[in-house]
Design a protein around this ligand. Structure first.
Ligand SMILES: C[S@@+](CC[C@H](N)C(=O)[O-])C[C@H]1O[C@@H](n2cnc3c(N)ncnc32)[C@H](O)[C@@H]1O
Length: 478
């Protein structure tokens, strides 16, 4: 096989435009997982006579390390000077390779474990992971996957003694016809998979775990149905109900039809339900207590509510301002801590999209699963408890408190709401009926008999973010 050489000149990285086939049940899904993902295209040097592909691979390994070391480690690592000094093509390649490894980490480590009996050092594991991911899921010739990995092993004293082992393992996998079939329970960290199984049963835990391997499509929220109809074809969109369109396009959203005109913003199909379940909100007053980057604020504004958009992060509030400017919407912006914000106003709608473990975003942020530790969930649950009590004080009699998190963990969803209702007797759960959910395009499985929404990532064909959403209403006369 000839190496995948880039054209002469500056190496580039290009994503293919891929249209996602419709999901046809779990069996087809499992089979599909074995197919190589048509991304990333390694147009950065993949042969072994240059340093460009090497630099990108080394960078990929440090991104993987950062992601495994702590929460947000991946996001921090991509802003480091060392990473930013790489060429655009190298950065794109490294990022894509690292994300692919993180999507498949459980599967890759399972193979490494079986081949070595005991997981080798982190440095050797990282090399094997990038070697295996190229063999299984990237359009890199097998020989280049092996030779570049062995060459990388030669570079450092702590991996040099293992280059024979690395060579043997990678060649062994190639001889056996590639990576063995994926096992759902091995895809996610053991402790998280065990929690999902306990909370939602084995089938759902498997369904969630498989979503890790899916690269998500981009969902767009529109200001109006007219705008949505006008841009649907250019965006290669599928109507998901309400004002949400799923685009089959890939690449930079700023280049897509309607972006400059500000008629849509990126917002996952599950996230929109937090505002949609409120029905007609025209003329109501609202405060969005954790507003940035502003998806739900823009939704409420475009439906005719007046909104205070509050967030404690200055940088993230800048994104709210940019988004509002682009979409030509306007809100009162407040930089403050939602818990201690001194403001006596009461609102018809208080939206608390609380900081959380974000395990529901596993499709777009596979690093989050590996960087999160059990103690993080307990810590975040404590914050959510305090934010909920503070949010309750801002709700008018007869008004609504919407509590949501993009977490799959019950402590950040169901448990919070049950405890809140015990502490706050003047609030009741305003149930989402299966009929109204169907009208809003919310998958039937995501509507729980308790009256809240527990949206699991695999419950929508093509996936959705995992979310918990509850509408709590303050009763009149209390
Ligand atoms: C899940 S994001 C919100 C997403 C947003 N609602 C949307 O739909 O685009 C959580 C936000 O909460 C903010 N945050 C975290 N703790 C906060 C606090 N104590 N007070 C105010 N904002 C906070 C973070 O800065 C972050 O922007």
């Amino acid at each position: 096989m000839a190496p995948n050489r880039p054209p002469a000149g500056k190496p580039t990285f290009q994503r293919k435009l891929v249209k996602r086939p419709p999901s046809k049940g779990m069996a087809a899904k499992i089979a599909a997982k074995q197919a190589p993902i048509q991304h990333p295209e390694p147009t950065v040097n993949t042969d072994d006579d240059g340093d460009i592909g090497m630099n990108a691979r080394i960078a990929a390994m440090s991104l993987i390390d950062a992601a495994l070391t702590k929460r947000s480690g991946f996001d921090e690592a991509v802003t480091r000077a060392e990473f930013l000094s790489l060429s655009e093509g190298e950065r794109a390649f490294a990022r894509a390779m690292a994300l692919l490894v993180l999507r498949r980490l459980g599967q890759l480590d399972h193979i490494i474990e079986k081949k070595t009996k005991k997981l080798p050092s982190a440095a050797v594991c990282d090399l094997l992971r990038v070697g295996l991911v190229q063999i299984g899921f990237m359009n890199v010739p097998d020989f280049a996957a092996v030779s570049t990995t062995v060459k990388l092993a030669e570079r450092a004293s702590n991996t040099r003694p293992f280059k024979g082992l690395i060579n043997a393992i990678l060649r062994g996998v190639i001889r056996e016809g590639g990576l063995p079939p994926v096992i759902a329970s091995r895809l996610a960290p053991d402790w998280l998979y065990a929690r999902w199984k306990a909370a939602y049963g084995e089938d759902n835990a498997n369904g969630i775990a498989y979503m890790l391997t899916e690269e998500p499509a981009t969902d767009l929220s529109f200001k109006t149905s007219e705008d949505m109809a006008a841009h649907k074809d250019a965006l290669e969109g599928t109507d998901l109900g309400g004002l949400t369109l799923r685009s089959a396009l890939r690449g930079d959203v700023r280049e897509w039809s309607g972006y400059d005109d500000g008629v849509w913003w990126v917002q996952d199909a599950a996230a929109v339900a937090a505002v949609n379940i409120l029905g007609d909100i025209k003329g109501r007053t609202a405060i969005d207590l954790c507003a940035a980057p502003g998806g739900k604020t823009m939704q409420m504004l475009s439906r005719g509510a007046s909104v205070v958009a509050l967030d404690r992060s200055k940088n993230r509030l800048k994104r709210v301002e940019e988004n509002l400017e682009r979409t030509k919407l306007s809100a009162e912006i407040q930089m403050a801590d939602a818990e201690s914000f001194e403001d006596n106003r009461k609102f018809d709608i208080v939206l608390l999209d609380a900081p959380c473990s974000a395990t529901g975003t596993l499709r777009r942020q596979p690093d989050v699963l590996w960087g999160t530790k059990p103690a993080d969930i307990a810590k975040l649950a404590d914050v959510q408890h305090r934010l909920l009590d503070s949010a309750a004080k801002r709700v008018k009699t007869g008004g609504d408190l919407v509590y949501c998190t993009c977490s799959l963990e019950r402590e950040e969803g169901e448990t919070q709401v049950l405890a809140f209702l015990r502490r706050n007797k003047d609030f009741v759960l305003n149930m989402v009926s299966p009929e109204s959910a169907a009208e809003l395009g919310i998958p039937a499985d995501s509507v729980r008999e308790e009256g809240w929404l527990r949206l699991l990532p695999h419950q929508r064909p093509g996936g959705q973010d995992g979310f918990f959403i509850a509408r709590l209403s303050r009763q009149p006369g209390q």
